[in-house]
Design a protein around this ligand. Sequence first.
Ligand code: NAP
Length: 447
Amino acid sequence: MKEIIETILSGGAVAADYAALPVPEAYRGCLVRKEDAGMFAGAAGRDKDPRRSLRVEEVPTPELGPGEALVAVMASAVNYNTVWSSIFEPVSTFGFLERYARSGGPAAAQHDRPYHVLGSDLSGVVLRTGPGVRRWRPGDEVVAHCLSVELESPDGHADTMLDPEQRIWGYETNFGGLAELAVVKANQLMPKPDHLTWEESACSGLVNSTAYRQLVSRNGAGMKQGDVVLVWGAAGGLGSYATQLALNGGALPVCVVSSPEKAALVRSMGAELVIDRSAEDYRFWKDPQTQDPGEWRRFGARIRELTGGEDVDVVLEHPGRETFGASVYVTRKGGTVVTCASTSGFMHQYDNRYLWMHLKRIVGTHFANYREAWEANRLIARGMVHPTLSAVYPLAEAGRATADVHANRHSGKVGVLCLAPEEGLGVRDHALRAKHLPAINRFRSTT
Ligand code: NAP
């Protein structure tokens, strides 16, 4: 790896130099092992500690299949799917790998291993490309989005998220980004934003693309100027990008957070309408089976107080069971609840009278297609949306980084250095960086 790192850090190497570098036979990756899948049996979700299941170990470098690329990973990031994989909830990810392997071909078959190298974000440099790759070549500085598709069925050709062989790389596939090397499909690659460091450019891909499809794209809510957008977890991964996308698109985000520090963070991004759910102590559930519509009304009244009497056009939903009833209630007539997750539980309950009588829509959404991910990355590269990196850990401490996200001790995004020997490297456009430095650093040292 030393030679690869030196070549990248030299800054002057060209495609031929990279192509001449030998590919290491093994690399270090953050992984879970199949034999550990039952280790948390009987424990409550919050008591499952990712530090026990996540290991950083050396594994053999996989072969490259047609249309794939091998990337030297400089930095990666923790996503909530890293948490799900590490606590084997809602299911162990080894079932995904086994199914992928059965789908056919040697490139797919090699994903079924007794270990799963995790990670759905990366920044780095292309080392090799497989047969048929024309657009990318060794030496390209890239980030990767996490949509892996086969596109052999007609179903995925209008929107690649609808491909029956659609998978989230590093969650439903092996050889993810929390590692020194990663295998991606070449159509996951996008240019690394020139004004950002390796760790800053690695942290946005998954959440920014998801929030972009969820809020902005016509495949999601199709948010427009002036819309009131309720953003749950506005200082978290998805929410910190959703807040920026709402502000950037001329909407009015109503940002829900759980502490004064997080309230200050979202205000620093330009949000003016903020609800501290802890301070205001909303209890949408009287007991585990019964919701309290009085609390929905109190929450709705607070939103009206902030907006000058207006209700919500769009809700960015992801907490799930705990908040979904309230989200449906506070949405305006004809408005949209757009959901991509169920962190607090996936069996939702809501009062359907408020949905049908008020002609509201619930829209399901999931990650983003390549075009949406590209558009979201372009906003980062132009300095219109900024990374919300709050903390950075070395690869060896990926378990601790993941435990912080699991315990909601973090804000924004938590980054991981892979081959990058230190923070602050990889910036190519210093002028653009200088212009946006305060915004790029907004979330640093907040956890
Ligand atoms: P995150 O960084 O942990 O942020 C989530 C935020 O939600 C937290 O900061 C927290 O903010 C808030 N929250 C947590 N529990 C809550 C509750 N019970 N009620 C209200 N707010 C709550 O995670 P993330 O990256 O944003 O991901 C959030 C969820 O979306 C995860 O389940 C993840 O797997 C999912 N996701 C899905 C996709 C997809 O493509 N389908 C993509 C990305 C993420 P406060 O404590 O400040 O309120």
